[in-house]
Design a binder for this molecule. Sequence first.
Ligand SMILES: [Zn+2]
Length: 190
Amino acid sequence: MPSAQKPSTGPFNPRRLDALRFAQAGATLTGELALTELGRLAQDLSGPIAPGARAIWSAQGASRPGPVGSEPQPWLHLQVRAMVPLACQRCLAAVETELLIDRWFRFVADEVTAEAQDDDSEEDLLALEPRPDLADVIEDELIMALPLVPMHERCPAPPAALQGAAPDDGPAVPERPHPFAALEKLKGRR
Ligand SMILES: [Zn+2]
């Protein structure tokens, strides 16, 4: 149809995304966010954030068919990957944990509509207006992706509790040979 307006393909501002146009254009945005800029997430992390630590993200817009007889609906596919330091719940040392996000969001007109539909909808909803800041959306998703019980696969040191150490013994000491290992050696010699 010659009269149909061809959607523009950008440029799009991820801090104030024109999500309708973004979806209609099937456009893609990618970027990186320094974890030090994500203050709300930082509160849930353990220890200092490495200066170069980043969340790498990509967002893709898509128009998908809505209910029969309605307009196509604007969607956003968000993928994020970040490594964050969390406190291991076994040994309390920092454990670098990978957060991976891969989610689809459907856009509705505004925040009131999003709230009204949120309970009934199994889909994740975002408001078209005010225009979303993708950095906020990404930070929200990273916070929700934090594991409840972060843990090393293998703790670098035996857990303090199992050593019978007092809680104020300070930071975990490096792994040492079993105290009886020397004795076993001695016994073997005789
Ligand atoms: Zn651990």
